[in-house]
Design a protein around this ligand. Structure first.
Ligand code: TGC
Ligand code: FAD
Length: 389
């Protein structure tokens, strides 16, 4: 088993409660025992380790912040972030799975759904007995989801959905899709269930990134959905953007998990690899690289923790989530690239996790709002001038 002692240069441990540390250690152990031994094989073969879903459910990692009456653990947001950090230390695909299920499927059902929808879906999603996905992006509308073409029409006691979504994590394996479509010109959320007439979810192939994650199209051709599958509390583009805040928060933590894995691999390699009769860690340039990595990891950890504390006090702003996502993913990707250089040629082998993390982080940089979009979100906030269009 691969042991991992964490990366904590500023004793951030001392800022965590006993419960938060327990959650982190439990997930760290799960990742070492269950994720790391199988993940390279799944990445190579382009398959998702679906057998881990029920285990994540048993550990309370799916929808951990929701109420106990739905079978959830009622954890705080810092614990949720630590879960995401540790899962992504294993692989971004595992964090992606958990953050989609929690932040993009359970959250909208909990926030915009009826009591019946919550009772039907939340407990089984929490146990990992059902899988969910979130369909916002379309082939022609990525950064600008407000332009979406997918639309619903009310016909008797049904809605008829037409359109297509693309790049949807978990799409092919999902039992329920939270789908965003325009109804009378306004964006609303719908629960589309596997097997509903006119609905298909073919898997997208050929990815060089997030290979251990299922990514799919969602196609709706006169897809009939019963009345009761509208999320009645969804009231426009604001509703899916509220969901994105949840998932972006998890990504800000998760990216640091990937960075920690890369730093750990690079440090131990640098201490053992001998060139010119010395460990390469003894060269100043290698030390500069390691110091850069550790400094950025530490800053990212502190940003995450403060964001989590603000979120737990309901005092955070979406633009702060944008800053944490943007910063931490950017530096995680830089750290992965620098770690790869320390490993030399070995850095391209799948014997080490670095190149896999680097490839995954290319997707993470783009999804949930690209780096550029978050730049513009923050820019608009600090200048009062919107530069999207
Ligand atoms: P805009 O006019 O700015 O906003 C429309 C309404 O939404 C409100 N709002 C927000 N509410 C909550 N949280 C936020 N972050 C919000 N941002 C905006 C806003 O106040 C307004 O409300 P109201 O009541 O006045 O109507 O909308 P816009 O059309 O100008 O777009 C703004 C923009 C570009 C920032 C937004 O569309 C955006 O964030 N684009 C990026 C798209 C994106 O992130 N897609 C992600 C898809 S899901 C995904 O990638 C999952 S990956 C999962 C995985 O595998 O881990
Ligand atoms: P585009 O919007 O076409 O952007 C292309 C480039 O143009 C980017 O560099 C962007 O920053 C830049 N750009 C765009 N607009 C501007 C502007 N105004 N100013 C300056 N630059 C701009 N979506 C879902 O709904 N659900 C999912 O589960 C999901 N999972 C995903 C999984 C993976 C592996 C990937 C790769 C994507 C996933 N997505 C998902 C889609 C993701 O959210 C989009 O890819 C993302 O929002 C960007 O959209 P796009 O790829 O169409 O890029």
């Amino acid at each position: 088993m691969v042991q991992f002692g964490g990366v904590d240069y500023f004793n951030i441990e001392s800022l965590l409660s006993a419960e938060e540390k327990l959650v982190r250690d439990t997930v760290r152990d799960f990742v070492s025992k269950e994720v790391i031994p199988v993940i390279e094989k799944h990445f190579r073969e382009g398959t998702f380790p679906i057998h881990l879903v029920k285990k994540m459910g048993e550990l309370g990692l799916l929808g951990p912040t929701f109420p106990a009456k739905y079978g959830c653990a009622e954890m705080n947001n810092v614990s949720y972030g630590l879960i995401m950090q540790e899962l992504e230390r294993g692989d971004s695909s595992i964090r992606s799975f958990a953050s989609v299920q929690s932040g993009l499927v359970m959250y909208p059902i909990f926030t915009f759904g009826t009591d019946e929808q919550k009772e039907k879906w939340l407990p089984r999603l929490a146990r990992g007995e059902s899988i969910g996905c979130f369909g916002l992006t379309e082939p022609d509308f990525g950064s600008n989801p407000g332009g979406m073409k997918t639309h619903a029409e009310k016909k008797g006691n049904k809605y008829v959905l037409n359109g297509a979504k693309m790049w949807i994590t978990n799409g092919t394996i999902a039992d329920v899709a939270v789908v965003w479509a325009k109804l009378d010109g306004k964006v609303r959320g719908f629960l589309v269930e596997k097997g509903m007439k006119g609905f298909s979810a073919p898997e997208m192939k050929g990815k060089h990134s997030l290979r251990a994650s299922v990514t799919s199209e969602l196609v709706f051709q006169d897809c009939e959905i019963p009345d009761e599958n509208l999320l009645p509390g969804s009231t426009g583009l604001r509703s899916p953007l509220m969901c994105l805040d949840q998932a972006r928060y998890g990504i800000a933590w998760g990216a640091i998990g990937s960075a920690m894995a890369c730093y750990d691999a690079a440090l131990s390699y640098a201490k053992s690899r001998i060139q010119f009769d010395k460990p390469i860690a003894a060269f100043q340039i290698t030390q500069e690289k390691l110091v850069f990595m550790l400094s950025e990891i530490t800053k990212g950890q502190l940003l995450d923790l403060q964001l989590g504390r603000l979120k737990d006090q309901e005092k955070h702003k979406p633009v702060q989530v944008s800053m944490a996502k943007r910063n931490n993913v950017h530096y995680a990707l830089e750290i992965a690239r620098v770690a790869r250089t320390i490993l030399g040629a070995n850095g391209i082998l799948d014997e080490y996790p670095v190149m896999r993390h680097m490839a995954n982080l290319e997707s993470v940089y783009t999804y949930e709002g690209t780096h550029d979009i978050h730049t513009l979100i923050i820019g608009a906030d600090i200048t009062g001038l919107q530069a999207f269009s």
